[in-house]
Design a protein around this ligand. Structure first.
Ligand code: ADP
Length: 525
């Protein structure tokens, strides 16, 4: 198939989180599976300098953006065994210090930046000689692409591609004042007040527009696909998602094991594998040395790598660590985000000198070293669409301790679920107490070397490779193209006028404690 992937971040060119990893890996996996995948993404600061093989394409975007036009250039990069990648070059929008924000404040023109980017995506899909059968858009930044394509179809685009929207995190919806809708240059009926457009309580909601107009919707784990249709985790869009449930499915993200492995990884101090584990200990000792913790292989080492956002469960983690750090354990954390949470970790480090190492900022090298060097990895998320770090931890033989939500629940096996296949520790209640209890369980595992070895073996053998996942996406693409063909016949009979950062996350104070099935609760006990 021919698939155009559009995303506001793509690893290794730009990254703030799992979205970048997923799109980069999906492109590669589609190519490896014999398909034609092309990626389009903004040209952010510094990318061109890092990839001198990049070429300028003879292409000039000059597109209406509200009452004015905006222009951009196009660059391309071919890489062996990888999806071809196009970069949209608008220095005013994208040559900035941050991707979505600076100094913790979202750029005021994010609507303008990403609506323009979306229009460039549509322009490429329409006029590139290489014709995509499916345009696969990711998150709110490009969620208006399906509506823009639909409008161009009404205006005479003969055979447009089908569209697929992947929701990586429903909490980020791209909500802007209603005036921002004018930037789309779409007819007013796309901003319909009755729920069939991008309108949401009088505001423009880009993600809602995607949910309504995309031919298929996926999210990044089966459990999260179910969760987002509930009031508890639907972030206000559960009603729209229920209405569109027939086109919604959940596909657990794959892991790109060519980046995330323990045998050929230049970030690590020593290689290791399920049959040769000695290297894991070297990574632990070197990590302790690097982050200035006492170097002692006997002390259980816990780690976290995370955006410091409410979603990630920082509050209960700080509470649980406060209690557990009185035991003989160490904790290392890498992350960046809310200044309030950074302060929380700094205070913790000050209160437990020699036990806590905290590092703020983005550091890919250290992230691999933490995954490899720790004994346990903490992921107590309030909600988690998929989560990648727990899957990286599994491959690195670092036992994940996770809250049973979204993709964390789908990817980790607790002792209560299977004594022989257990590879992690799960807890259910969103409280410090429950997390502290899970940490105590982890310490019990640590105290039994044979059991610890069994957990590690199970973890390292877990396979989330893209080879399987890619088939699930292809099934969705095929379904979308069929649906689109049917719709095309139906809608073309209707007169045109009748057819109907990450910015700030939607407040998640509305996220109540998820209703967890009694059976799952029983398993925990
Ligand atoms: P999310 O996308 O919600 O941030 P995921 O677990 O899906 O969470 O993906 C996070 C990705 O970002 C992982 O690859 C993780 O290693 C990486 N990451 C997060 N914070 C940092 C950081 N401070 N430094 C390096 N990598 C980070």
């Amino acid at each position: 198939m021919k698939i155009l992937l559009a995303s506001s971040e793509v690893y290794p060119f730009s990254k703030t989180g799992g979205l970048a990893d997923m799109v980069g890996a999906l492109g590669r996996a589609l190519v490896n599976a014999g398909h034609e995948a092309v990626v389009v993404t903004p040209l952010y600061r510094g990318i061109r300098e890092k990839y001198p093989a990049m070429r300028r394409v003879d292409w000039h975007f000059d597109l209406p953006l509200g009452l004015h036009n905006a222009t951009a250039e196009l660059w391309e990069l071919d890489r062996v065994g990888e999806a071809k990648i196009y970069f949209i070059d608008h220095p005013g929008y994208f040559n900035r210090a941050g991707i979505y924000l600076e100094n913790h404040i979202s750029y005021a023109d994010n609507a303008e930046r990403y609506i323009f980017f979306s229009k460039c995506v549509v322009n490429l899909a329409r006029y590139l000689p290489w014709r995509a059968e499916v345009v696969h858009v990711h998150d709110w930044q490009v969620a208006l692409v399906p509506a823009l394509i639909l409008q161009q179809k009404k205006e005479g685009w003969g055979n447009p591609p089908a569209t697929c929207l992947t929701i990586h995190n429903l909490a980020y919806q791209g909500v802007f004042p209603a005036e921002a809708f004018a930037l789309t240059n779409l007819p007013g009926d796309f901003f319909a007040p009755d729920g069939v457009g991008a309108e949401y309580f009088g505001l423009l909601n880009c993600l809602k527009g995607g949910i309504v107009f995309a031919d298929s919707i996926t999210t990044v784990s089966p459990r999260y696909a179910r969760e987002i249709t509930t009031e508890e985790l639907g972030c206000g869009l559960d009603g729209v998602l229920r209405e569109n449930a027939s086109k919604l499915s959940g596909i657990l993200n794959g892991v790109d094991y060519s980046d995330w492995n323990t045998t050929k990884n230049s970030h690590l101090f020593a290689p290791y594998s399920v049959t040769k584990m000695a290297g894991k200990n070297i990574n632990k000792l070197e990590l302790q040395r690097q982050v200035a913790l006492p170097v002692d292989e006997k002390i259980p080492l816990f780690g976290t790598i995370s955006r410091l956002a409410e979603q990630k469960g920082v509050d209960i983690q700080l509470g649980a660590l406060e209690e557990m750090l009185n035991s003989n354990i160490q904790f290392v954390q890498l992350g960046s985000g809310s200044p309030e949470y950074e302060r929380g970790y700094r205070d913790l480090a000050a209160r437990f000198p020699g036990k806590v190492a905290v590092q703020f900022g983005y550091d890919e090298n250290l992230s691999h070293r933490i995954e490899a060097g720790c004994d346990f990895f903490l992921m107590p998320s309030r909600f988690e669409p998929c989560g990648l770090n727990q899957m990286y931890s599994l491959r690195y033989g670092t036992i994940p301790i996770v809250r049973a939500t979204g993709g964390l629940d789908d990817s980790v096996i607790d002792y209560g679920q299977s004594a022989t296949n257990a590879n992690g520790v799960k807890f259910f209640e969103y409280t410090s107490r429950a997390l502290a209890k899970a940490i105590r369980k982890a310490l019990a595992i640590y105290a039994q070397p044979e059991l610890l070895r069994q957990f590690r073996r199970n973890a390292m053998k877990a396979d989330f490779s893209w080879a399987k996942t890619v088939g699930e996406y292809l099934a969705v693409y095929r379904h979308a193209t069929k649906l689109f063909a049917t719709e095309h016949v139906q809608t073309s009979a209707v007169p045109a006028q009748v057819i109907g950062a990450r910015s700030e996350p939607v407040a998640i104070s509305s996220v109540k404690k998820p209703a967890i099935k009694a059976t799952v609760k029983r398993m925990a006990k």
